[in-house]
Each structure stands twice: as C-alpha cells, then as structure tokens.
Design a protein around this ligand. Structure first.
Ligand SMILES: [Zn+2]
Length: 324
C-alpha cells in the first residue's frame, strides 16, 4: 500500500452485509439495486459508500485504499460514483425537505454515460430513499423497471414500510441491524468521546451512533444534552420556565432525533417504576410516543420546533404527575 492507502474508513458492525455484497461481486451476480434498510443513525450511508468503493476498486473486491479508483473515492471525485442527498439551501440555511425529480433525472442521465475508466460498474448511492418526493420516486421506479446495464444503485432506507411496494419489489432487500453494544462502544471511542461519557452515550445511541455525532467535539451540545437529561429525570416536579429555557437550548444545540431519544431514556425508567393505575401508565406511554414522533412530524408538517416540543413535554409532565 502507498502512503495514501487506507483513506477509506470501513463501517463497523456490517460484516454479514459486506460478505453478501462481496460474494455477489466475486460471482459477477451483482443485483442492480440494493435496498439497505434499518434504523437511522446506524451507519448505512457510510456502509453504502464503502460498498461502492469495493465495487469500483481496480485491484480487489475490498477497497484497497491505494489504487486510482480508491483514491478518487476517498476524495469524493470518482466519475462513476454518484451520491444523491437532499440539497442544502444556503439562503434558508436548511436542507430541502425532499429529494427532487430533477436530482433523480440528473442521476439517471449520469448513469447512462459511459466513462473512460476500465471497469464495469457505475454506482449510485441515494441517501435516503425515504426522502424522495412522489415524482422522484416514480422516476426512480422507471429506472428500476429497466435498469441500465452496469449500474448499481445502493438505496439507503430508514423505514422500509414507507417505500413504494413497486420499488421494494425491484430491489434486493438487505436489512441492517443496529450495532451491538460492543460495536457501538468501538464506534463512539473512535469518535473521540471520553470514556466516562460512554455509558450515557451508549444508552442514548442504542446501537445508532449517528444519533450522538452532534455531541462530538462540541462542549455546548454536550452540556445541553446533559441538562435535558437532568430535566427529564425530574420532569414531574420541574419548573415550567426552566423547562422552556432548557428546551430552547436543546433545540439550538441538538438534532431533534437525539432530543427525543434523551427524553425517552430519562422518562422510561420512571414509567417502569410507577405504581399508578394501568390507565395512567398507558397515558404516559402515549405521551412518550408523541415525543418520539416529534422529529418526523417536524419534517413532514414544518412545525415550529419549540412550541411543538413544549406542548408534548407539558402533556408528558401531566401524565407523570398522575402516575406517581
Ligand atoms: Zn483500490
């Protein structure tokens, strides 16, 4: 290997998926579309990029990290690798709500072009297929019905039940499970988190280390996360002005999915140790589920984050008061 080798960082915890992909590559029986489905934050997009690098490597079936193709992959400049994601809108300082038909059409046009490089595949990673709008999904479906020879689509998918059945049936379905505790710990250690924080972070991440990446090298975010955890542990008796302040900080510093997860982790033990009636417990459970749905609802219905979360947490607080 050259000094530039090993630039491609491999994901942790997907040995079985990688083995299946490499077998297809070796047997030259590569499916034209893989649906890599599993919960958000486990590393599916990184897995897809790594598999693409394996597929395009000029030397072997596992990216060598040293050939021209691997170096271009590491520099995100490979002409036969196309990544499609929601676009960043600089004016609004936000990602677009979905992946557009224009993006899918542009991808299909690129896939139809041949390149000067001597290998047989053109790769595309769509991260994530859940974010295609209906027109974009239909454009992709047309491609799947008549795939271009040599093209391989790696479709990252957070919720397989929300994918059109007609798309699903034309892909190889590959389930990707959350990481084991040992793999999760390994990933978090690799991200540079202090050892004493790992038990808490592992609980929040629950096999999905991507959920806590916002806390990496960010003291303000970590403080907001710990303050939110503390607030949720004392939710039934907390001061409302303080609650609003902590939520404001959390929303500034943390992604919605992590906020929901921190609240859930702190409140779940309170439910487990409750002595109230079955009815009170089921009300608390329903209020907790409303908080877990909050991140998705924000995206789908363009809600204002703070009022939407405050209302849900206030309701959860009331149910907890009835519970104890
Ligand atoms: Zn290589």
């Amino acid at each position: 290997m050259s000094a530039n080798a090993a630039a491609i960082r491999r994901p942790v915890g997907f040995a079985a998926v990688e083995a299946r992909f490499h077998a297809a590559l070796q047997q030259q029986s590569m499916p034209h579309a893989w649906l890599l489905h599993g919960p958000e934050g486990i590393g599916k997009a990184m897995l897809a990029r790594t598999l693409a690098a394996d597929c395009l490597c000029e030397r072997q079936h596992i990216a060598c990290g040293a050939c021209q193709s691997c170096l271009m992959m590491a520099a995100a400049s490979h002409p036969d690798m196309h990544l499609v994601q929601r676009q960043w809108k600089a004016k609004k300082k936000a990602f677009q709500r979905d992946i557009s038909i224009d993006q899918v059409r542009a991808l299909l046009a690129k896939l139809s072009l041949s390149t000067k490089l001597e290998h047989s595949y053109r790769l595309a990673v769509i991260d994530a297929i859940d974010e295609l709008n209906p027109q974009a999904a239909n454009a992709l479906l047309k491609h799947l019905e008549e795939p271009l020879p040599g093209s391989v689509l790696l479709l990252v998918c957070h919720d397989v039940n929300r994918v059109l059945p007609t798309i699903r049936s034309r892909c190889l379905l590959q389930h990707c499970a959350p990481l084991s505790a040992a793999d999760g710990r390994h990933v978090l250690q690799g991200m540079g988190f202090a050892e004493h924080l790992l038990p808490l972070l592992l609980r929040w991440a629950d096999g999905r280390p991507g959920l806590v990446t916002a806390l990496q090298d960010n003291d303000a975010a970590m403080q907001a996360a710990q303050a939110l955890d503390q607030l949720a542990q004392e939710l039934a008796g907390c001061d409302l002005a303080n609650m609003q302040q902590q939520l404001e900080q959390a929303i500034k510093q943390l992604p919605p999915a992590l906020i929901a997860r921190i609240l859930y982790c702190a409140v779940r033990p309170q439910l487990a140790h409750a002595t109230g009636s079955y009815e009170s417990a089921s009300q608390t459970l329903a209020a907790m589920m409303a908080i877990l749905r909050w991140p998705q609802e924000l995206r789908r219905h363009s809600l204002r984050p703070l009022p939407a979360l405050f209302a849900r947490l206030l309701h959860l607080r009331q149910t907890l008061r009835q519970l104890s």
